[in-house]
Design a protein. Sequence first.
Lengths: 271, 381
Amino acid sequence: MSEARLFKPRFNPAKPAFGILVFLLYLFLLAPLLIVFVVSFASNQYLSFPPEGLTFKWYEMLPQESTFMNGMRVSLIVAVTVTIIVLALGVPVALALDRFEFKAKAVVQSFFLSPLLIPSIVLALGMVLLFGPLKLTNTYAGIIIGHVAITIPFVIRTTLMSLATTDTSCEAAARILGAGSWTVFRRITLPIIQPGVIAGGVIAFIVSFDEAVISLFVAESGLPTLPVQVLRYVENSADAAVAALSVILILISLAVVVVVERAMGLRKALR
Amino acid sequence: MTESKLSIVDLTKRYAAGLDPAVDRLNMEVEEGHLVALLGPSGCGKTTTLRMVAGLMDPTAGSIVVDGKEITHTPVNKRGMGMVFQSYALFPHMNVEQNVAFGLQMRQTSKADQKRRVAGALDMVQLGHLAKRQVRELSGGQQQRIALARALVVEPTLLLLDEPLSNLDAKLRETMRTEIRSIQQRTRATTLFVTHDQDEALDMADRIAVMNGGLIEQFGSPTEVYERPQTRFVANFIGQANFLNARVLSETGAAAKGETHYRVSIDELGEFGAVGAPGLTGSTHELVIRPHRLRVSLRPAGTETIAGVIERVSYTGDAISVAVKAGNRVLQAQVPTSSGDLPRPGDAAYLSWNEQDAYLLPAAVKDAAGLLPAAERDSVA
């Protein structure tokens, strides 16, 4: 580091150029969000830009829009259940993949990570064909199974990353001190890998809450989730209520991330 | 004879069929209150042995008996042992106090009892004032002490130490050596200590098991393994040694501790006195002499001397190491720096030793017929 300093030029033109580049990239990524935000307060009759005046009527509309409220309820039930199931399945799978040597390990690993690589439209189509005869279409079970399949890779990935950096002798130490397998898991392993588990859970929640393709295929008519309702709404009407709803969704996602970050951050600070 | 605290009988570990065993029919008796060092190079099976005693690894064959009870297949969490790991393995999400209390909680002792014993254990390692600290805030030496307190607070049947000092810097390592030993003696905890550091083993242990290739080469007190190595490996691994092939000519009397004085003949160099186990007369044995037990004189002195020429002199502060070429052998000698005549390369030197410092290894040298030239058989380690 100190050596590099010796040759540091007084002014490096690359630096502001890099700054501008980063700014433009962020602008590019965030522009759609900003527009949605602005439009949600615009008094234009139809979804359009630029705004003609300021109004809160779209936000006031939301609670009365039963399709949105129902969709929100379905999506929350699904996302919460999916998160619980996917953690209960994903964490043990990650543990097994990390700790045990077995013959088909590579196969099992790619099996659990494969939903990441397959286009979700393909998965969704397969699920409709499979769920039809099983009477799982238009049921919570159907949506939840579909969402578990696409979110489990995230939980396995983040948990595996936490496991890779843990010292297994902590578990050995706990066992020698008299702890049985379950106690070791609950009191030693789980707290140590907690950051990865929580990160995986948050991602699973957001992905499930946000998922449209599988929900659309599996349960459009009977049990529409919020993204499905949004899609339908945009098809039929063109007012800015959807923009207001989008802002609310962004805030929910943001709140989840902030709450978790705060909780974990606080925990770390106390350590 | 007192009943052993720990008996290891024919303990064997084979990681995979077809591989050489990592531990090969190992036998050992450990007395109550002793600290036994398992000493050897990496891959000698010392850690594998320790992990089998701890229960972290299943033996392929053999048995482990503690206090007269066989525990070979007792689950690890039912053995009541304490272990200190090389990486300390403190629980990162608990503070110092919680770490130390963990074993007591598993034993479901009362809260009051826990509090009292944790405080006692922390005082023992002189870290009572850090009870509420998080472990990541502690230095390596402090973490080491907490790990020791955590292992000892449960009053373990055996204390197992797996290279506990390897991650510390040299100065701290010596302090911790003394401290671990004094705590071990105060608590009278029977201890197995894995190390690759001969100084640690010599300094701390009541008994040393020198291991090589899954076998114990020698099991004895520090002075026994240093002064009376039973194999070339032991002589080589612990300290430095000169090896000379010596034909044993005759007994010249009984020495202390059941040993015998011998006259031996070393090719080209003459006849000398040495000691060894009884009954060596007539065969050729390797004679072990430690470099600092060789006297170096620049003038002929006495009759039983090896005359040679100084080849190399190296100054190491406390001592001067001198390489002396005699015939086609090179012998290493070490003399204190305070000696009057400072040797120089090219000077004539005369080496001599006390008879009891020249020890004949019990195993006869196979090429006793002298088929190999002396220079190839003799070497310096």
